[in-house]
Ligand binder design. Structure first.
Ligand code: 2BA
Length: 109
């Protein structure tokens, strides 16, 4: 068994939830916050039998789009002004950031 951790954009999370259910995957959604943008995203925890991992990854891929997002400049306020960028910077976020971990044991008591 594997544990898939998928960090996705909030805009994709409902569509991905529905697609996982349609494909008979069980998942838990956690509200999360990106360390860099400090804005909300959604982390899915999906426990999957080894032979269904590729299908789960395909469902995630098919339902998560990458988007450009503007990062507002943060005032240096007493910090080092050398690295201060006075205009918004565009970064490309997601599709999905996915980790696949081995599961040692699984219980459903
Ligand atoms: P954030 O940390 O808010 O990052 C949002 C996007 O900002 C990233 O998109 C990337 O394009 C950019 N970015 C992140 N750190 C950067 C940096 N130090 N310099 C320049 N640009 C940077 P994604 O790579 O698609 O990541 C989307 C979200 O996935 C991240 O949100 C974070 O919540 C999660 N994530 C990404 N890589 C991760 C990792 N190695 N471990 C844990 N979570 C991760």
């Amino acid at each position: 068994m594997k544990l898939i951790l998928a960090v996705v954009q909030d805009q994709d999370s409902n569509r991905l939830s529905s697609a996982l259910i349609d494909n008979n995957f069980r998942a838990t959604k956690l509200a999360s916050t990106g360390g860099f943008l400090k804005s909300g995203n959604t982390t899915f925890i999906i426990g999957v039998e080894d032979i269904r991992v590729d299908r789960a990854l395909q469902v995630i891929k098919d339902n998560c789009k990458s988007r450009d997002q503007l990062v507002a400049p943060v005032s240096p306020m007493g910090g080092n002004a050398d690295s201060y960028v006075p205009y918004p910077v565009e970064v490309e976020v997601g599709g999905a950031t996915v980790f696949v971990l081995p599961v040692e044991q699984f219980f459903n008591f």
